[in-house]
Design a protein around this ligand. Sequence first.
Ligand SMILES: Nc1ncnc2c1ncn2[C@@H]1O[C@H](COP(=O)(O)OP(=O)(O)OP(=O)(O)O)[C@@H](O)[C@H]1O
Length: 216
Amino acid sequence: MAPTTVTPGTSDAFKPGSFTPRPIIMCGPSGSGKSTLIKKLFAEFPETFGFSVSHTTRKPRPGEQDGKDYHFVTRELIQKEVAEGKFVESAEFAGNIYGTSFAAINNVLSLGRHVILDIDMQGVLILQNKLQSSTTSAAPLFPSPPLFLFIAPPSVEALESRLRGRGTETEESLQNRLSIAKKELEWGLKSGSVDSVVVNDDVEKAYVELKTAIFG
Ligand SMILES: Nc1ncnc2c1ncn2[C@@H]1O[C@H](COP(=O)(O)OP(=O)(O)OP(=O)(O)O)[C@@H](O)[C@H]1O
């Protein structure tokens, strides 16, 4: 049987203005297919989803615009704002700091779009902790509750073969990703860790499950 698809014109659940925009947190082991699924969502629903603009301390490349491609900031500023709790997550990569601020996410939500975030398990745990502490505070972190989704590979063996097939990893980084993946799977598949788990065996089937998790 052909998989059911959410087709424009047959449902209002994805039309701008007819849903409450939420942060959608996608996590799952490296190679589980997060980018593949996110790309499909943006291609099918370009008006429904938005990207948050990240901050970085690296210098702009030719053609890059401040506030559009990135918020280009100094190391001092981002470190201060991270310490003040203004960032959902931040990380140092190749000598530069990158991060996603709550303000960047809320900007997308204020445009009436769901905002998709691809965050690793450590980042999700930190965010879930912050959300828990913020329930007692007057200022919530987001205007609507985030949806936590875990994208799982069908098996660790399939994950390994996909990562090898992608051809982006050295043997060392592959082994490192696999050992982190085992811990992430243990956490993600445990009841209560996330709102929904999507097992990415067949990509089209996983995509339908993802849309059901988001649009209901
Ligand atoms: N259902 C699937 N069946 C087979 N291959 C898949 C499937 N889904 C994704 N892939 C392939 O697996 C590889 C990893 O997918 P992808 O890059 O989307 O993972 P990711 O979770 O975004 O990884 P990372 O966190 O490292 O960015 C890619 O080469 C992709 O084309």
